[in-house]
Ligand binder design. Structure first.
Ligand code: CTP
Length: 243
């Protein structure tokens, strides 16, 4: 039998407008973990909460949702298909495969920009010299850029949403990032103020304009964002991508 909280969750979901009925939505969420050796690695402070809230909101809105999640300790939203990955390369491979069947893609994951060029097979030991080992880094593949450059996205069959976590100059950075990534919608937020928090402020940047969603819980913002995505995806957004 379902738990009372699950029944309440289902009832709330039933009351949401079905703006994504029949759509397949793909979401990336959380940090990635880049191994240095079998017991160490590099990661970041992303909690995954925004991406999980978007997956839940999209499901409530009637979509079939796949969530590609980095290492986070969050429960899977009801009715959402979850694929757990660890590294940026694993997230890249899983997401590109899923994107072939998606109608919408929302990239919220804080993918590590760099990974150690080689992960040591055994734990790296101190050699007694007092010197730290030198690590070489390689850039991780950019998942959003790869999906946005895919045939489905370039033909207008796949609507892509990027996120930008900035520390200052949010509007200018978000506008530049939207144009650079060639996506119809870029959602800006201030990274240090949102990582791990339950609420946030979002700045939506589309080719024709900017809209701010004031501070609210991540689930409320996710529902507003889903409504905005559904409405924008019905406009001739592909033609406006160059602006
Ligand atoms: N992203 C991604 N794959 C990466 C890096 C980022 O899919 N390897 C996505 C994020 O999920 C987010 C968007 O790209 O939707 C913006 O990420 P960000 O790191 O802010 O963008 P960058 O282009 O790396 O810009 P910056 O130079 O500010 O780091």
């Amino acid at each position: 039998m379902l738990e009372p909280e699950q029944i309440v969750e289902d009832l709330i979901a039933c009351l949401q407008p079905q703006v994504l009925a029949g759509k397949r939505v793909l979401v990336t969420a959380g940090p990635t973990f880049e191994a240095i050796d079998p017991v160490r690695g590099i990661t970041n402070l992303s909690s995954g909460k925004m991406g999980f809230a978007i997956a839940r909101a999209a499901r409530e809105a009637g979509a079939q949702v796949t969530l590609v999640a980095g290492p986070v300790a969050l429960p899977t939203p009801r009715g959402v298909t979850r694929l757990d990955v660890r590294s940026g390369r694993q997230m890249h491979a899983a997401t590109l495969a899923e994107a072939q069947h998606a109608d919408m893609f929302v990239a919220t994951a804080a993918v590590a920009d760099w990974r150690p060029a080689e992960a040591a097979a055994q734990k790296i030991k101190k050699d007694g010299s007092g010197r730290a080992p030198e690590l070489r880094f390689e850039e991780n593949p950019n998942i959003l850029a790869a999906v946005a450059a895919s045939e489905r996205a370039r033909s207008g069959a796949l609507y892509c949403v990027g996120f930008a976590a900035e520390s200052e100059n949010l509007l200018a950075h978000a506008q530049a990032k939207r144009a650079r990534k060639r996506v119809p919608l870029l959602v800006g937020n201030l990274g240090p103020a949102t990582f791990g928090q339950d609420d946030n402020v979002l700045l939506l940047v589309r080719p024709g304009g900017v809209e701010e969603f004031p501070r609210a819980s991540k689930l409320v913002l996710a529902r507003q964002l889903v409504a905005a995505m559904a409405a924008h995806a019905q406009t001739p957004w592909l033609q406006s991508l160059a602006t």
